[in-house]
Ligand binder design. Structure first.
Ligand SMILES: [Zn+2]
Length: 621
């Protein structure tokens, strides 16, 4: 998603000698000790576009690849969040800075009083998933629903290696759009169908992840999806998955002229190896496609009812989207699907499997920017698929980083540091007194602003600053190797750091500990200069290697690099390398080659020093 915080806008190996084998839509992993669950979905729903209610059937073929016997499973029923009295409603009413999209200001501009929009939903406006029946291998199961989570006690525990079928019948109601999914968003898109179906919770080496839906994002089980959606024939659908019956549907999915019979059409989609299935539908959608050379077919769905200049932006967006796809594929890794869709819907921008939902009536720059951000999520949220409740910064942060670089190139911005906004955001947060460590559960930040800056800005700084520590070429190789080794595997923070260690040969665990697991901050200073001698001081607790530039009294300059001893090595550098700095020593002096006039630490601004005024000496420089 894209996150806005006050004036700061954040755009938003374990070298497992592993092999991914793609065979007939299944992926198997050969890696010592690694396992993950598999959930293959077959679903059919019948949507009533007048009442926004739908009836569904679902079969999940669930394979327990864990070494554990499972006597329970959990389902997410996300639509239940959009009910008065839900945890999402309660949180909205108690947090100091609620999301403006989810509240109505019933006070004044000067003295706002925020009212939860969820608290005002009537019976026919709220969202729900009502489970009508559930069977395991044909035998009825009992279940209990606690808000957005359904607890199923199995009559027959699932053994390691066993595959079972769960058959469910359910009724759903699409809520008035409050957040992410819903009916009739503010731009009038009829159906934004995200987190709309009963979804099995993920079980991994850290156990169950049956997180309630309070505010933050998702984590799911990989599997193959077969989905049939029956809906009034006037509606045009875009979403996850390949349409199987284009000949019956038409609507830009085939060039053939298709005549629709009857009142409704059934759309049949298949999506191999995804952990989510999303769709949106509207009778006013224009459907354009564009082929990315050596890449997927891009689909664009946007309403024909928007003003002419906004429609024009959607045309101009299309070649830029192709360029973005090529940028990310080159700099992270190949996009492994044949299709990607940019769909007008939702309430801002949100990433999903093989698609994104974005609001569409935007300026050209904003439209390209949100598409860049959401498409970049494809690699981090969808294909690497980190647990976003626990490690949100690995998704939002890395996405913000790479999309800022992509925008810099695709839009010819030529910024020296495309991530400078993220650095400013992080430094603001670090000095604000409300920062919590990146290990905080995404729902447990005290205020939304602290979550936002942490996940987006500090997460982006984490990866950009890693380039400062190990060198830019090593960072580029790290990002590609991280994707190569961990796509489709739900990586964790240590996986990124171990990848960087393997690529650079440097010891980096201190970086993860200090920057992600604490709120320790970086503050280095130039203490003084005397003749050829430069003295530096470490004021903050967090260690860092130091790049600095010395200007001599004769006007010439020289770059120096001071390695950090605990890294047991140094990045490739063309600067003059001095003796390493052992962290516990608070000061460090070295001899420059000529009489020193002034010194500047980190002139490129890639180290997230939270007090910059002492980085230059004399201070006036
Ligand atoms: Zn995002």
């Amino acid at each position: 998603m894209k996150f806005k915080i006050g004036s700061i806008v954040c755009m938003c190996a374990v070298l497992f000698s592993s092999e991914i084998e793609a065979q007939s839509n299944t992926i198997t992993y050969k890696k010592d000790g690694f396992w993950q669950q598999q959930a293959d979905y077959s679903m059919s729903i019948d949507m009533d576009v007048e009442s926004y209610q739908f009836k569904g059937t679902q079969t999940i073929k669930y394979t327990n690849n864990s070494p554990d016997v499972l006597d329970r499973v959990y389902y997410h029923l996300y639509f239940n969040a959009f009910q008065p009295g839900s945890e999402m409603d309660a949180r909205l009413q108690s947090i100091q800075d609620p999301d403006g999209r989810m509240t109505t200001n019933i006070g004044t501009k000067e003295n706002p009083v925020f009212e939860s929009r969820i608290s005002k939903l009537t019976e026919d406006e709220m969202g729900y998933i009502k489970v009508k029946s559930l069977q395991q291998n044909g035998k009825s199961l009992s279940y209990e629903i606690e808000g957005t989570v359904m607890i199923v006690n199995l009559s027959s525990p699932i053994q390691p290696g066993e595959t079972v079928n769960f058959d469910m019948e359910f009724d759903g109601q699409v809520p008035v759009q409050i957040r992410r999914s819903g009916r009739n968003n503010k731009e009038g898109v009829s159906l934004s169908m995200t987190q709309w179906y009963p979804k099995l919770a993920e079980y991994d080496d850290e156990g169950w992840h049956a997180d309630p839906y309070i505010a933050r994002e998702f984590y799911g089980v990989w599997g193959n999806f077969d989905v049939k959606i029956t809906i009034d024939k006037d509606y045009i659908i875009g979403g996850t998955g390949y349409l199987q019956n284009a000949d019956e549907i038409g609507y830009g999915y085939t060039d053939a002229d298709v005549k629709h019979k009857g009142k409704k059409l059934t759309w049949h989609f298949k999506a191999p190896n995804v952990h989510d299935f999303t769709w949106a539908a509207d009778p006013d959608f224009i459907h354009d496609t564009m082929q990315v050379p050596n890449g997927p077919l891009l689909h664009f769905f946007y309403q024909n009812t928007m003003p002419e200049d906004k429609l024009d932006n959607w045309k101009k967006l299309q070649p830029k989207t192709a360029e973005l796809m090529q940028y990310f594929s080159k700099h992270i890794g190949d996009y492994p699907y044949e299709q990607y869709s940019v769909i007008q819907g939702g309430d801002g921008g949100m990433e999903y499997a093989m698609c994104t939902l974005i609001t569409g009536e935007r300026s050209y720059g904003s439209l390209v920017g949100v598409t860049a951000h959401e498409m970049a999520h494809t690699w981090f949220q969808f294909l690497l698929a980190t647990n976003e409740a626990k490690h949100e910064w690995m998704d939002e942060g890395f996405t913000s980083y790479i999309s800022a670089l992509a925008m810099n190139e695709v839009m010819d911005r030529n910024a020296d540091n495309p991530v400078s906004g993220s650095y400013r955001g992080y430094v603001y947060l670090a000095n604000s007194g409300v920062e919590q460590p990146l290990t905080t559960h995404a729902d447990r930040y005290s205020i939304n602003q602290a979550y936002g800056i942490s996940a987006y800005s500090k997460g982006a700084v984490f990866i950009a600053q890693l380039g400062y520590i190990i060198g830019d070429d090593n960072l580029k190789r790290t990002i590609k190797k991280y994707y190569d080794d961990f796509s489709f595997k739900h990586p964790k923070p240590m996986d990124v750091v171990r990848t960087a260690e393997r690529v650079s040969g440097l010891e980096l665990d201190w970086y993860l500990i200090d920057f992600a697991q604490t709120t320790n901050t970086i503050d280095y200073a130039v203490k003084g200069i005397e003749g050829n001698t430069v003295t530096l001081e470490r004021i903050g607790v967090m260690p860092m290697p130091i790049d600095l530039t010395v200007t001599y009294t004769d006007g010439s300059t020289e770059d120096y690099y001071i390695p950090l001893r605990m890294m047991r090595g140094q990045k490739p550098s063309s600067a003059t390398v001095k003796a390493d700095w052992a962290w516990a020593h608070q000061t460090y002096s070295f001899e420059a080659s000529k009489t020193v006039k002034s010194v500047q630490i980190d002139p490129k601004g890639m180290m997230a020093d939270i007090k910059k005024d002492n980085n230059t000496f004399p201070a006036s420089e």
